[in-house]
Design a protein around this ligand. Structure first.
Ligand code: GLN
Length: 291
């Protein structure tokens, strides 16, 4: 009789162990076992009666415990796919969300394929938006900023690993890193979760500065609305991701700062998620809230 743990038994137990922490416990268990054994998922299905030796059992158990404590798969694996790009992520960066691909889609509609165009991604995190745009539009010059040096290091490493060279990285808070420039397009997925949002409980492993933005979640969007006219070329556009319940609040903020052509598009769940706006260059941007 062999005491060693079989792959199929290990997976059944592991899936049970993850059932509270994960919406996809079986899949997570499989991925963690693949990582432990350095095999593909199809190997697991083809060899259910292979056994785990003591070292593998210990490693698998330790990964399971991290996942069971709530640590997201993306941080355990150190990777998350966004816009078909395999991106490195760390607890210094938000985990890119599929909803943010809507922002990328909207941006791509504005960036020409055959001519130069300048884009700034404010608060780039892992670089997801900037790298997706850069990869799709090699002639565009993209600048990606973040106030977190640790996040920027991850974004830079992602650019290097993906061989993407049309992104320049700058450290700084919102427009502070790029005050001397003007761009055709500004994109941002800023923090927008309100202080008392119950959703924060499930997001405790992600960088809180990338999620929270004051009592109503709009503090950073207010800053962007104020600051961005100075770095936008005449005729340029700004695209902002925001919470599904923030569409009218964002519109009010932008209107008060004299943004025009304000429009919102919905995400994959049909919820308002990305607002675009342009700015009338005749307005005195040194005092944007004045009438
Ligand atoms: N969309 C994220 C969430 O609600 C929040 C991202 C953000 O604040 N930029 O999980």
């Amino acid at each position: 009789m062999n005491d060693e743990l079989r792959i199929d038994t290990a997976l059944t137990h592991a899936a049970k162990q993850l059932s509270d922490a994960s919406d996809s416990p079986r899949l997570d268990a499989e991925l963690l076992l693949c990582r432990t054994l350095d095999v593909t998922r199809s190997y697991l299905f083809a060899h259910p009666d292979d056994t785990l030796d003591a070292l593998a059992t210990e490693r698998f158990e330790s990964l399971l415990q991290r996942r069971a404590s709530g640590l997201p798969m993306a941080y355990i694996e150190g990777r998350r796919e966004f816009w078909s790009l395999p991106l490195m992520v760390s607890p210094a960066t938000l985990i890119p969300r599929p909803d943010t691909e809507i922002l990328v889609q909207q941006a791509l509609m504005l960036i020409p394929r055959e001519s130069a165009f300048s884009v700034v991604d404010l608060g780039t995190g892992s670089g997801a938006i900037a790298l997706a745009l850069a990869n799709e539009r090699p002639l565009a010059s993209i600048t990606a900023t973040d106030c977190s040096k640790d996040a920027l290091a991850i974004a830079q490493e992602n650019a290097r690993q993906l061989g993407i060279s049309n992104v320049e990285f700058r450290a700084g808070n919102w427009t502070a890193a790029v005050t001397e420039n003007q761009y055709d397009l500004i994109v941002s997925n800023p923090p927008y979760v309100a202080e008392n949002d119950p959703a924060l409980a499930a997001l405790s492993f992600e960088p809180q500065t990338a999620l929270r933005s004051g009592a109503d979640g709009l503090a950073d969007i207010r800053l962007l609305s104020r600051q961005c006219p100075t770095i936008l070329k005449p005729g340029g556009t700004m695209l902002l991701e925001h919470g599904a319940d923030q569409q009218s609040a964002v519109e009010r903020i932008l209107l008060a700062d004299h943004w025009t052509n304000i429009a919102c598009v919905t995400d994959l769940a049909g919820l308002p998620r990305v607002t675009s706006a342009s700015f009338n260059a005749d307005i005195d941007v040194s005092n944007p809230s004045s009438p």
